[in-house]
Design a protein around this ligand. Structure first.
Ligand code: GTP
Length: 597
């Protein structure tokens, strides 16, 4: 296909503004699938995604569109994920395209994610076509939202396309805008092959499938390709495109998007953002990639039944095949035995993986409290990462602890602004900017990630009755007065419950955890002290009182010495229990205990 007849584009939108619905309509309108095949949203193809109604994995579809100018165009649509946890996948999709459709719900207006995404698109030098969706709704105010896009986003919205993705109204208008307003890709067919590795995943039949965007040259079956980052070579078995069905083609040329299979064993052998080139005539300069995904939240996953350890290892391995942003390594805990320390892009990612492990692999797991990655500098100036609070060295050996901060954008109706600002300052937030977007306030804050990972989003939704929208990017590491808080149950430290906190929050959080554990741990025959401590200093304490079991009841009327004997025996038992007793901590305690109030 000549470059002038190719358009590569992404759809960016705030969650629920109709991105997937529009993508489906575009596929349907251009005949990629029959009506029957369209019964389900096709771009969201993981079960859990569907249930939660979110798009996780960036996908691509090639559409063929006969335009009004009489020419037939090839349109490559890259879907982008809609949740903040997966923001890095947005940048990956954007790097493979020249333009974006900015979908805004005309009954809702611009939201935090709209802004975050559109700034990424601008950074990627995209041409942006605003689309006003859901104009079938009585509450739609396309004129007001058009103005808002101009005022807030700062792009020309005078020619925004008004549509209803649901009813299919004006889908043709979107297709024409793609063809006439987005630029064609550039590239040179006569140069040697360079192709951007956009994504890769594992397929049970075909092995690893690599999604690429060709820049220069051609990608053909049978050719030997080289991955520029590490230099591995592979023979191409198949090249093809998604329509969204997989269709093999002879070659992929400049500007085109498609897939490659090449007997690659694991996804770990492919680096997203890498450049593929021709092994016989390799390019010397790699294409500009994009930021790799780095797990920001870590927690331990342990099998409830220790016999499941190997099964857990296998299952994590299988998940990793398809999700390069998920990390795991073996670790052990005094409290929980053998398990794995796992890294995620965010809490949603963590929940999804946990859910898949229990659902698809039938594993019963305990997760320890999620933690961010701290950076430690010891007295000799050596810097190291701390993934697990339990591994925190003796604080006297540490000169400084740094924690990751984020830059958050929050949009909220005026009446809830007060509560949102209070929430942010409780979480040690620093206000960067406070402006207005129409009738809503836009607050930009810097916040420590640690204060956000547990339940910030839930709290934000609840203090704003669901009206606040939120997006963030990782900002930088910053030194803080941070301490490790250990939790002792029955005088024994439970490593899996230890966590890091800012000193100013330590007392409050220590107390709140002790109080929660008091409710969560069932009473036993003996008294259980629950303590929170920084080093040797106890900062909070609760006691679970013993279950009273009146063992003497049976001996009513009996002789007093027998009664005494029985009591003594029981006391001994109690003592033994205290000393060696294992207190059962229910699984729910681990995350619940660390949620802040
Ligand atoms: P994520 O995949 O979670 O990012 O969401 P999305 O932006 O892809 O939104 P999706 O397409 O799933 O649409 C969200 C909801 O809005 C669904 O219930 C759609 O049926 C509905 N919706 C989408 N487009 C329209 C429209 O034009 N009109 C109306 N009334 N509803 C729409």
């Amino acid at each position: 296909t000549p470059l002038s007849l190719i358009r590569n584009f992404s759809i960016i939108a705030h969650i629920d503004h109709g991105k997937s619905t529009l993508a489906d309509r575009l596929i349907q309108h251009t005949g990629g699938l029959t009506a029957r095949e369209m019964t389900e949203q096709v771009l969201d193809n993981m079960d859990i995604e569907k249930e939660r109604g979110i798009t996780i994995k960036a996908q691509t579809v090639r559409l063929t569109y006969p335009a009004k100018d009489g020419k037939t165009y090839v349109l490559n649509l890259m879907d982008t994920p809609g949740h903040v946890d997966f923001a890095y996948e947005v940048s990956r999709s954007l790097a493979a395209c020249e333009g974006s459709l900015l979908v805004v719900d005309a009954s809702q207006g611009v939201e935090a994610q709209t802004l975050a995404n559109v700034y990424q698109a601008i950074d990627a030098h995209h041409e942006i076509v605003p689309i006003l969706n859901k104009i079938d709704l009585p509450a739609a105010e396309p004129e007001r939202v058009r103005q808002q896009i101009e005022d807030v986003v700062g792009i020309d919205a005078s020619e925004a396309v008004e549509i209803s993705a649901k009813t299919g109204l004006n889908i043709e208008g979107v297709l024409e805008a793609i063809v006439t307003r987005l630029p064609p890709p550039t590239g040179d067919a006569s140069k040697t092959l360079t192709a951007l590795l956009v994504d890769s995943w594992y397929d049970a039949y075909l092995g690893v499938i690599v999604l690429v965007r060709v820049r220069d040259g051609h990608l053909k079956r049978g050719m030997k390709i080289r991955m520029m980052a590490k230099g591995q070579t592979h023979i191409v078995e198949q090249v093809g495109v998604f329509t969204p069905k997989m269709i093999a083609v002879d070659t992929l040329g400049p500007g085109e998007m498609g897939y490659v299979t090449a007997a690659i064993k694991t996804v770990a052998d492919t680096n997203v953002g890498d450049t593929l080139t021709d092994d016989r005539n390799p390019a010397t300069v790699a294409l500009p990639g994009f930021k790799p995904s780095i797990p920001v939240v870590w927690c331990g996953l342990y099998p409830v039944d220790s016999d499941d350890f190997e099964k857990l290892r296998e299952s994590l391995g299988k998940l990793r095949l398809n999700d390069a942003s998920f990390h795991f390594e073996a670790e052990s805990s005094a409290a929980l035995g053998f398990g794995f320390r796992c890294g995620f892009l965010g809490l949603l990612h963590l929940e999804i993986i946990q859910e898949r492990l229990s659902r698809e692999f039938d594993l019963d797991l305990i997760a320890t409290a999620p933690s961010v990655v701290y950076r430690l500098r010891d007295n000799k100036g050596v810097v190291s990462d701390l993934h697990n609070p339990a591994d925190m060295p003796d604080p006297t050996l540490i000169a400084a602890i740094e924690e990751p901060w984020i830059k958050a954008t929050i949009l909220v109706p005026d009446e809830y602004l007060g509560s949102v600002l209070t929430l942010c300052s409780e979480r040690r937030g620093q206000q960067v900017e406070l402006t207005y977007v129409g009738s809503r306030a836009m607050a930009v804050y810097r916040l420590p990630l640690n204060e956000v990972v547990f339940d910030f989003y839930d709290r934000l939704k609840s203090v704003s009755r669901g009206y606040a929208s939120f997006d963030y990017t990782i900002d930088s590491y910053q030194e803080g007065d941070l301490v490790k808080i250990s939790i002792l149950v029955n005088a024994e430290p439970v490593d899996a419950l230890s966590f890091m906190a800012h000193r100013s929050q330590a007392d409050r959080r220590g107390r709140s955890i002790c109080e929660k554990l008091k409710e969560l741990i069932p009473r036993q025959l003996f008294k259980i002290p629950i303590q929170a401590a920084i080093g040797g200093r106890v900062i909070a304490r609760e006691t679970i009182s013993a279950m009273s079991k009146d063992v003497t009841a049976k001996c009513y009327g009996g002789d007093i010495s027998r009664k005494r004997k029985l009591l003594d025996k029981q006391k001994e038992g109690k003592k033994r229990m205290r000393q060696f007793g294992k207190v059962e901590i229910p699984q729910s305690a681990f995350i619940a205990a660390l949620k802040m109030d």
